[in-house]
Structure formats: C-alpha cells, structure tokens
Design a protein around this ligand. Structure first.
Ligand SMILES: [Fe+2]
Ligand SMILES: [Fe+2]
Length: 160
C-alpha cells in the first residue's frame, strides 16, 4: 500500500469512531468510555506516524504542512476537551461533534490537497513510505509504551 492509502484507511477508522461516539446516547456510558478510549489511542497513533514519518517525507513537495501541523494542534486541543468532559454531561455530544468537524476538515485537506502533492515523490518512494507507516502503526498499536502514554495522558487530561 502506498503512504496515502495507508493514511486514508486510518482516516476511515478515525471517522468511524467519531461517528459512532457522536451517535451514542447518555444511556450508553460504557460504550462511550470504550469508544472514547479507542479514539484517543488511534488519534495518538495517527498523529504520531504523520508527524514522525509522513510530514517530514513530503516537506519538499507540499507547501501546506505548517497549516496541517496547526490543525493537529487544534485536534489535540479539542480531543483534550472531549477527554475532560464527563460522558454523562449533556454537552458531551456537542464537544464530540466539534472535534468530528475539525477532523473531517483536516482529513479532507490531506486527502484532497496534501496527498495529491505527495505523488510527486513517485510510486516507489510512496510504497516504501507506506510500508514504514504501516510498520510504525503496528508497533505503536502493540507497544506497551504507547498504552502507558495513552493512560497517562488520559489521567493528566482529567486532572486539568
Ligand atoms: Fe493529519
Ligand atoms: Fe491524517
């Protein structure tokens, strides 16, 4: 899989989790907790593989990266708000929908503008980069370190 295909597949996971989370009701608190934790974990992994591997690789062919970095920070801030909002708070779904809107905008920007620009790297390089992204994604998914980071971050966000 090429780099952009790997990232689009992961965008689908993120969009699906956000849609699922936005559709939960105040009667499904266990499900909300579970989806929110999965979202935190997948978003951390996604941001990390893009910041570590994809964005540096496309730096010379995409002029949009500072905008993309700014959007990652915005997503992080909105995620923090979602983490700090109690799952039984009436505002919970509103906060989730705001994050969903920002994430949709950002992923569309990547898919419609940055990924097409990345094609300038050539098929071979995109395949190689895709393999690196998938491997790092798998490592982070399996790694106890990532689980610890997510747990600590979740605890920290709730204490703020
Ligand atoms: Fe991104
Ligand atoms: Fe992305």
């Amino acid at each position: 899989m090429k780099a952009d295909e790997v990232l689009i597949a992961h965008h689908d996971v993120l969009r699906g989790l956000l849609r699922g989370l936005a559709e939960t009701t105040g009667e499904q608190l266990g499900r909300r907790e579970e989806l929110r934790d999965r979202l935190l974990r997948e978003l951390e992994i996604h941001t990390q593989i893009e910041d570590e591997l994809f964005y540096p690789a496309v730096r010379d062919v995409s002029p949009l990266l500072s905008l993309a970095h700014a959007e990652h920070r915005q997503i992080d801030d909105q995620l923090a708000t979602v983490m700090r909002t109690a799952t039984d708070d009436p505002e919970f779904t509103t906060e989730v929908r705001m994050l969903e809107k920002t994430l949709r905008h950002h992923t569309m920007e990547e898919e419609q503008r940055i990924f097409p620009q990345s094609h300038a790297l050539g098929e071979e390089r995109l395949e190689e980069l895709g393999a690196q992204l998938r491997q790092r994604q798998l490592e982070l998914t399996r790694s106890g370190g990532m689980r610890l980071i997510v747990r600590l971050k979740r605890a920290a966000l709730r204490l703020v």
